[in-house]
Design a protein around this ligand. Structure first.
Ligand code: FAD
Length: 438
């Protein structure tokens, strides 16, 4: 990372960089933009992260909005971000209120000229920006954790292809359409170094011990993200990713990057370009391509969430399909706690509850079981995942659940998995089930 110092005239005007889901300095177009604006205005940059009560303390379907693992990971990622910012002479302002209240509080001390944040993916984040604008704060949303900027896409949002396959084909048909190269320099203007007091309970949260049985790397922050990704590439695990990615366990079977991606500790563009370099320097095969294919799934769900808006969260989903199902508390409890009697589902749910993690294939199986065998409403499953996953990401979670339930972007109208066959195929010796059921 190259840091370029610039002299800045000190005054009380500030550009706020509102840290949402991107806890990193490197390759952060929003931070970059905040500096450009501050320099053109002769203002300073103030970095602000809000532990919004709607998420940190809110509930849906009687379930908390974020779970311990997600909170702990986010707190750690913010701690690391703060350290990175401090080396540049900047503080990270933390608060436990919604952004509009935090900004109003800052406005009492400084004159807020502009707020720069990442472009919203879902309804709540969009209304957060609308509230800031309604209070009179000019807000500049920037595409930060997407592979592509909106202007790069060969269609408007209303014409987003209805399925992932169509989306992928449109993208892949244009070889010149590539994610921007990662930004590796931070152009420093003036920073606001001093910060207000951290929210109550912040230090305690950082000190809460983590579950050592988790296989997934559980430390938030850019440094552990880069270390893990480098180890994955050095082990040449990418060369057999396509064959191993469906495994229930094994740190190098899939990349395990999802938590770092969800908390913005590593950029998807960085991963994309690293796979291209790997293909040049090490080897290119179907597996090395397949990781980009999966990153395109993530990308598709981000645009799908933006296009679907609030319909992504309604019972009938974006495609407005009605199915017979209910919210039976007893059946839901058996699923949540891993006591359905279906061993692969129970093992996976217990892993999720204990560690905040579950492989992609296991997520598909437990979702299929909840929807098609327990006959429960899909939103209960999505909300429970939201409350437990360390890598919870609104677009990927709700998009995948809607897809499996047949109310989303699946052209087949839903996915039913045959659980015994799947368990035999991906856990032939029963090691995964024994591990979590014993
Ligand atoms: P890898 O196989 O190594 O994939 C690399 C990256 O590609 C992932 O980190 C992820 O960013 C992306 N990716 C891979 N598969 C998908 C997919 N199906 N959809 C979207 N992106 C994908 N992923 C989340 O990050 N957050 C969630 O909240 C989430 N909820 C899910 C809920 C359900 C019901 C299902 C079926 C899937 C969900 N996924 C979610 C997608 C996927 O399960 C995880 O991204 C993946 O298991 C993470 O492991 P990995 O990083 O080792 O993935």
């Amino acid at each position: 990372m190259v840091a370029v110092g610039r002299v800045c005239q000190l005054n009380s005007e500030v550009v706020i960089w509102l840290v949402r889901d991107t806890c990193r300095v490197i390759d952060n177009p929003a931070l970059h933009r905040a500096f450009q604006i501050s320099q053109s205005q002769g203002a300073r940059v103030l970095a602000l992260a809000c532990l919004e009560p709607r998420r940190w303390a809110g509930q849906q379907f009687g379930l908390s909005r974020v779970g311990f693992h997600w909170m702990r990971f986010r707190a750690e990622s913010l701690r690391v971000l703060r350290q990175e910012l401090e080396t540049l002479g900047c503080g990270l302002w933390l608060c436990s209120e919604e952004p509009v209240y935090a900004v109003n509080r800052i406005q009492q001390q400084y004159s807020v000229t502009t707020i720069v944040c990442d472009e919203s993916v879902a309804t709540e984040e969009r209304s957060e920006v609308a509230r800031l604008e309604a209070e009179g704060y000019p807000t500049v949303p920037v595409f930060v954790d997407d592979l592509f900027r909106f202007e790069q896409l060969p269609f408007v949002l209303d014409e987003l292809p209805a399925t992932f396959s169509k989306f992928r084909k449109v993208i892949e048909k244009k070889p010149s359409l590539l994610p921007d190269r990662p930004i590796d320099s931070v152009s420093m203007g003036g920073w606001i170094a001093s910060v207000w007091a951290d929210p109550a309970g912040w230090q305690e949260m950082l000190e809460t011990p983590l579950d050592s049985s988790a296989e997934v790397p559980i430390h938030g922050g850019t440094e552990s993200a880069s270390r893990h990704w480098k180890a994955y590439l050095d082990a040449r695990a990418l060369s057999h990713y396509k064959q191993t990615r469906n495994a229930f366990q094994g740190l190098m079977q899939s990349t395990h990057l999802s938590a770092w991606l969800a908390h913005g500790c590593i950029s998807p563009r960085q991963i994309w370009w690293d796979t291209l370099h790997y293909e040049k320097d090490v080897e290119a095969n179907e597996s090395t391509y397949w990781l980009r294919f999966e990153l395109l799934w993530r990308e598709y769900f981000r645009w799908y969430s933006r296009a679907s808006d609030w319909t992504l969260f309604r019972r009938t989903g974006p495609s407005d399909q009605v199915f017979g199902c209910d919210q039976n508390a007893r059946r839901f409890e058996s699923w949540k706690t891993g006591h359905t009697g279906c061993d692969i589902v129970d093992a996976a749910m217990r892993e999720l509850n204990q560690t905040g993690w579950m492989s992609n294939r296991a997520r598909q199986l437990v979702a299929s079981h909840l929807i098609y065998e327990l006959n429960l409403e899909w939103r209960l499953g999505a909300a429970y995942f939201e409350s437990q996953l360390v890598d919870f990401d609104v677009a990927s979670n709700w998009g995948n659940w809607a897809y499996i339930a047949g109310v989303g972007a699946d052209p087949q109208g839903g996915r039913i998995f045959h659980l015994n066959d799947q368990a035999d195929r991906y856990d032939p010796d029963g090691a995964y089930r024994r591990r979590w059921l014993s």
